[in-house]
Design a binder for this molecule. Structure first.
Ligand code: PGA
Ligand code: ZN
Length: 412
């Protein structure tokens, strides 16, 4: 079953910015995927759109489509062809977002051709790269949802980018609705704290208020504890520090605007360890700036002595096998955030997931702050048996993934 045509179009994302959507057309039907975009992107990410979105739409429709028409929708082969066509390390010609939209749509087309669901297809490819086969018996993924934040996602909010909750319910559905309760509780607490003031939402649907990071942590922790009283499972607090966004490269200090604190690397590590201890954090992402492998290794070593906390690299690894290898060699983290558009193809994403799993790094699949209603990452999380998927709590582009997880849980 050959590809008959590839059709790209410009669509709108959750921030109102243009992004790219791709249809892969075969005799079996249309397989569609759209690319998200980040705001606090890592320096080493694929170049999302080297030219305008309009340019890339034309490039796919007039040129790339011709290269792919007539080929079988074979993900590994097409992704390789793509890398060759681009010829750069970071997709600075074709663009990481055009590439990932095509790659995701090709994966969907191949799954359709084989008559299997996308998660099962992705799991088959992943198993080619894994040392020990991973079989999906049920949906083990739980949603990690942003309830309060700031950083690059909301002007005037906290310095720490995301305060996230993860409910570890019996079912994914329980966890989704419990995260939503915490999100609602955070709003109630903010309304009480700032009577008469408007409260807004950031790009990912978390609330935004002008408070310090520690005030925010207190508020989220109390909200979790109160919602916990009605359920018989754990609700843990988690953070994406996105430390590169307030690290001053010239001075070498982490500069917190709201509190006025300026921390050197060792003080930043101690601060994070204090937070892990005081708030029983389960997951801390990008606690240090994106090239400080040594600092991450120090933090991970010290955090091990505390308790079960995932020290995760997002901007640090950018879903890139080479960067993850370097991290593994240095003991930089014990978890990696997985965002397909950081690397540009689904097969490279799966290679990075496999490298993580083969080395006991926990993969956490993630949305971007600028999203579409594409649901591919829900399948990726299920296929990888990732314990968590970071995909918000509310908002159409976030619930597109959450509701897909509910459907998957029902069908698996
Ligand atoms: P981004 O943020 O999508 O804006 O990069 C999300 C994150 O840092 O995890
Ligand atoms: Zn991040």
């Amino acid at each position: 079953m050959a590809i008959k045509k590839i059709k790209a179009r410009k669509v709108v994302d959750s921030r109102g910015n243009p992004t790219i959507e791709v249809d892969v057309i075969t005799d079996k039907g249309i397989s569609r995927a759209a690319a998200p975009s980040g705001a606090s992107t890592g320096e080493a990410e694929a170049n999302a759109f080297p030219e305008s979105v309009d340019f890339h739409v034309r490039n796919i429709n007039n040129k790339i489509s011709k290269n792919l028409t007539g080929l079988e929708p074979d993900l590994l082969r097409i992704d390789r062809l793509f890398r060759d066509l681009d010829g750069t390390d970071n997709f600075s010609k074709i663009g990481g977002n055009p590439a990932v939209a095509i790659s995701m749509a090709v994966a969907k087309a191949e799954a359709l051709d084989k008559g299997i669901p996308l998660w099962k297809y992705l799991n088959k490819i992943l198993n080619k790269f894994l040392k020990k086969e991973l079989s999906v018996e049920s949906v083990v993924t739980r949603p990690l949802g942003n309830v309060l934040g700031g950083g690059a996602h909301a002007v005037g909010g906290t310095d720490i980018q995301e305060f996230l909750v993860c409910s570890r319910g019996e079912t994914v559905s329980d966890s989704i609705f419990t995260n939503a309760k915490v999100h609602g509780m955070v709003k109630e607490k903010l309304k009480k704290k700032f009577p008469g003031f408007a409260i807004g939402k950031g790009d990912e649907g978390g609330w935004v208020a002008h408070i310090t990071d520690e005030e925010a942590l207190e508020l989220v922790k109390i909200s979790c504890d109160e919602v916990s009283a009605d359920v018989d499972f754990e609700i843990r607090v988690n953070l994406d520090i996105a430390a590169s966004s307030f690290y001053n490269k010239d001075s070498g200090y982490y500069e917190y605007k709201n509190s006025g604190d300026k921390l050197d690397t060792d003080s930043q590590i101690d601060f994070i360890l204090e937070l892990i201890k005081n708030y029983n954090l389960y997951f801390v992402e990008d606690a240090l700036e994106e090239n400080d492998y040594e600092g991450f290794a120090k933090l991970t070593g010290k955090a091990k002595k505390l308790k079960d906390c995932l020290i995760c690299g997002d901007d640090l690894f950018v879903t890139n096998e080479k960067r993850l290898k370097k991290g593994i060699a240095r003991g930089a983290c014990n978890s990696i955030l997985i965002k397909p558009n950081q690397i540009g193809t689904m097969s490279d994403t799966l290679r990075t997931v496999a490298l993580a799993i083969n080395n006991n790094y926990v993969p956490v699949v993630s949305h971007r702050s600028g999203e579409t209603t594409d649901e591919t990452i829900a399948h990726l999380a299920v296929a990888s048996c990732a314990p968590m998927i970071k995909t918000g709590v509310v908002g159409g582009e976030r619930i597109a993934k959450l509701n897909e997880l509910i459907r998957l849980e029902e069908s698996i």
